[in-house]
Design a protein around this ligand. Structure first.
Ligand SMILES: C[S@@+](CC[C@H](N)C(=O)[O-])C[C@H]1O[C@@H](n2cnc3c(N)ncnc32)[C@H](O)[C@@H]1O
Length: 314
């Protein structure tokens, strides 16, 4: 996954930023410019002034919408960093390049699902990892005894052995967050992403939650077209929550929809609705399209149904 997404030939190293209209998927800030405006209301209510860091910024549109000068983008893709730079936003490739000692807030939209996971499978009364055999001309899957860190993750998160589901092992997410905590002691984390809670895993009918996207559509098996498809998975938010709790944070999980409604969504919507009624012609059409964007980020069957994780240092 790491290689297929971020290497020289990786999916995120291309001419167009992938998370854009011309790219392969649309995210909340690309669908509505008000997504960041609502996040800004939340930031203001928390009085966060010092060193705010956005992870996985894509085109940088969310930072523009939030409209604060002190946000730095951490973005792995050089294509995306160029676009961000041209918008006059400070960006670095890795959190290790950040020139700060502490942070008020670390946040990100649809970043956790792009952090490479590994795959655990339970068979013949033991846990294994599903790996990619690279020794032949074509890629194929193979099984290896599970590594200690991955097995610990399974045990820590009390994932029961079962022969039906593959398990996306989020050790890289845990390690990234732990590193950020030890380096910058952020007062708060805020993440939006698609995912589920552990107790509801069985309700998901898919054997694997890993999948690929290309040009706004579900695509092939990850090993069939590596480098040309996005590889992503549903985030086990219970695991992210437990990890942050162990690091000394109070964590709440809610739907994106709930977060938006709690932080001023209706005021923006009502204001636009009033403008819509008073305008005519093209101007009215423009407001209508903004209203549609707002509805899309609130829709609980779509982007509004994403998880929102808020963690605050105790
Ligand atoms: C799905 S896109 C989301 C972009 C943007 N946040 C949005 O909502 O439109 C994920 C982005 O995260 C970046 N990324 C993935 N892993 C990263 C990492 N470890 N550090 C920084 N950026 C990363 C990818 O290059 C990609 O641009």
């Amino acid at each position: 996954m790491e290689e297929a997404l971020y290497s020289e030939l990786g999916f995120f190293n291309t001419d167009n930023v992938r998370s854009s209209e011309k790219g392969d998927f649309l995210t909340s800030p690309e669908v509505s410019k008000y997504f960041g405006v609502v996040i800004r209301s939340w930031i203001d209510s928390k009085n966060f002034h010092e060193n705010i860091v956005e992870f996985g910024s894509g085109t940088g549109s969310l930072i523009e919408q939030i409209g604060l000068k002190n946000i730095t983008a951490v973005e792995l893709s050089s294509t995306a960093r160029k676009v961000i730079h041209n918008k006059g936003i400070l960006s670095v490739k890795s959190y290790e390049d950040l020139n700060i000692l502490s942070a008020d807030l670390v946040y990100g939209n649809e970043i956790l699902d792009n952090i490479p996971c590994s795959i655990g499978v339970y068979r013949e009364n033991d846990w294994y990892e599903k790996v990619v055999d690279i020794s032949k001309d074509d890629f194929s899957y193979a099984y290896q005894p599970i590594r200690d860190e991955q097995l610990n993750w399974i045990n820590l998160n009390k994932i029961e052995p079962n022969k039906i589901y593959e398990v996306e092992l989020q050790t890289n997410i845990d390690n990234l967050i732990a590193n950020l905590v030890s380096r910058f002691q952020p007062k708060s984390f805020l993440f939006f992403d698609y995912g589920y809670e552990q107790k509801n895993r069985k309700k998901r009918k898919y054997k694997s939650l890993l999948r690929t996207y290309k040009k706004h559509h579900l695509s092939v098996d990850p090993i069939d077209d590596p480098g040309n498809v996005d590889i992503t998975y549903d985030i086990n938010f219970s695991a992210v929550k437990e990890n942050l709790k162990a690091l000394g944070y109070n964590v709440s999980l809610k739907q994106q929809r709930e977060f938006l409604l709690e932080n001023g969504f209706n005021d923006i919507y009502d204001d636009l609705k009033n403008q819509y009624t008073s305008l005519e012609g093209i101007e009215r059409l423009k407001i209508n399209s903004e209203l549609n964007g707002l509805k899309a980020i609130l829709d609980s069957n779509g982007l509004g149904g994403f998880y929102c994780l808020v963690a605050e240092k105790i």
